[in-house]
Ligand binder design. Structure first.
Ligand code: ARG
Length: 474
């Protein structure tokens, strides 16, 4: 090897990645550097990364691996770095691959050799698993607040509209009258289950992987319970191999998020239908809509439509994570780096959609008259007529037949049931009397469904009160 060749080799070796370059003889290819780096998306874990490092350093001091002076330097250094990052003064280097190595390198640069002791008994594998759990735990807490706001808005609206009558649908055909409050509280039930699932997900993820190191644990006398409790985790994870390879918590969140988004998409769809001229049940505030560049009359329900559309990517993110994890051998594999973007996107998207709906739904304008008018259409009280006959001792199947004939007759006449005369109705059953008209109205129909879980205004008002107490007791 001539002199210049050996000098080149030396330069190349120096530019090899500082943290793991020991065994490498040539610098990493520029494209590969970009291809393997996660910095562009994982830098948003900086806060959790620093928190985890501080807890780790304090644990190392606690077990006598670091002196208190060393720990202090490390903690101060990390806090400085955090400030720099928050103030946008931090110099992120792609060469350093990810958030973990950027922060560690900056620490060494700042406090010197002591900084190199921080990684004792730790690996990026348990570090990233910890960061991600900490981050997701925080995000779930914020999402729960957004969810609370949306539920509160829906419940308040439901309470206000406990007596507002609208058609209830099956197959999107008018079925039976219900109250708008009842319909809104059905939305709330969906969200209440989502809250339960988020809470379960949070409880299951709340374990600390730190100490698993690369995969097999460490030879140092670490105290994993100490680190776990410093970080507010319920306990350390049980198995070191599982600790660094498990991404169930991310999959579980994305699955919970998919169900939540499917609920939002159902609400969105109903709002889109209800705002159409054909239904004309509600009006959205202008600020949640846009116009058309060619049709001046248009007011499009963009926000609900987008929420409906975004549910697709959330399901996509779940599929991505399941597929990333499928067939991976134990323990950590670089595949796992692909967990972040889908997870981050699900968190961001769900948060945005919840925020938009929490803002929009309490401000919808309800066209009560149109709803009531629609509720009276479509023979929506046919079941009430059948129940009326049953109460007059007609067996239900027979009553069903009688009402069927009455409906067929009304269709031919171009009338609704309540528009038939008593005489016309009595062709089908002489059990029908003057009092039938009370139950043929939408109002009578909803009022008579007064059992627990029913749609009568009184029951709905009570249900809204209970729902509010439930969310406020969280
Ligand atoms: N950036 C990596 C990730 O997100 C950190 C862990 C890297 N570990 C490793 N052995 N290459 O998964």
């Amino acid at each position: 090897m001539d002199e210049s060749e050996s000098a080149n080799k030396k330069i190349a070796k120096e530019s090899v990645n500082v943290s793991w370059g020991g065994r490498f003889n040539e610098p990493i290819d520029d494209f590969v550097k970009r291809f393997t780096a996660s910095l562009s998306f994982d830098k948003r874990l900086f806060d959790e990364d620093i928190l985890g490092s501080i807890a780790h350093a304090q644990m190392l001091e606690h077990v006598g691996i670091l002196t208190s002076g060393e720990t202090e330097k490390i903690v101060n250094g990390l806090e400085q770095i955090k400030k720099e990052i928050v103030n946008n003064k931090f110099n992120w280097l792609l060469e350093l691959e990810d958030v973990h190595m950027n922060i560690e390198a900056a620490l060494v640069q700042r406090i010197g050799a002591v900084g190199k002791k921080l990684h004792t008994g730790r690996s990026r594998n348990d570090q990233v698993a910890t960061d991600l759990r900490l981050w997701l735990r925080n995000q779930i807490d914020s999402i729960n607040t957004l969810l609370f706001n949306l539920q509160r808005g829906i419940i308040e609206l439901a309470s206000y509209h406990s007596g507002t009558i609208m058609p209830g649908f099956t197959h999107l055909q008018i079925a039976q009258p219900v109250t708008l409050g009842h319909h809104l509280l059905a939305w709330n039930e969906m969200l209440e289950r989502d809250y339960g699932r988020l809470t379960d997900c949070r409880a299951r993820l709340n374990q600390c992987p730190l100490g698993a190191a690369a995969l097999a644990g460490t030879t140092f006398p670490i105290d994993r319970k100490f680190t776990a409790s410093k970080l507010g985790f319920a306990r350390p994870t049980v198995n070191s191999l599982d600790s660094v390879s498990d991404r169930d918590f991310a999959i579980e969140f994305c699955s919970v998020a998919s169900i939540l988004m499917s609920h939002l998409s159902r609400m969105a769809e109903e709002l889109v239908l209800w705002t159409s001229a054909q239904f004309n049940f509600v009006t959205l505030p202008d600020r949640f809509c846009t116009g058309s560049s060619i049709m001046p009359q248009k007011k499009n329900p963009d926000v609900p439509e987008l929420v409906r559309g975004k549910s697709g990517r959330i399901t996509g993110n779940l599929m991505a994570l399941l597929t990333i994890m499928k067939s991976q051998p134990l323990a950590y594999n670089k595949d796992n780096q692909e967990d972040k973007e889908p997870l981050f996107d699900s968190v961001d998207t769900v948060s945005d959609c919840l925020r938009a709906f929490a803002d929009m739904i309490p401000n919808i304008k309800v066209g009560e008259d149109n709803m009531l008018e629609a509720a009276a259409k479509g023979f929506s009280t046919a079941t009430d007529l059948a129940d009326y006959l049953v109460n007059k001792n007609v067996p239900f199947r027979e009553a069903h037949e009688i009402v069927g004939q009455s409906v067929a007759f009304a269709i031919v006449q171009g009338l609704e049931l309540h528009q038939l005369s008593l005489f016309q109705m009595r062709q089908f059953s002489t059990k029908i009397e003057e009092d039938v008209f009370d139950i043929l109205t939408a109002k009578g129909s909803v009022a008579s469904r007064a059992h627990f879980g029913g749609t009568s205004p009184a029951v709905v008002a009570e249900a809204a009160n209970r729902a509010m107490t439930t969310i406020k007791s969280r």
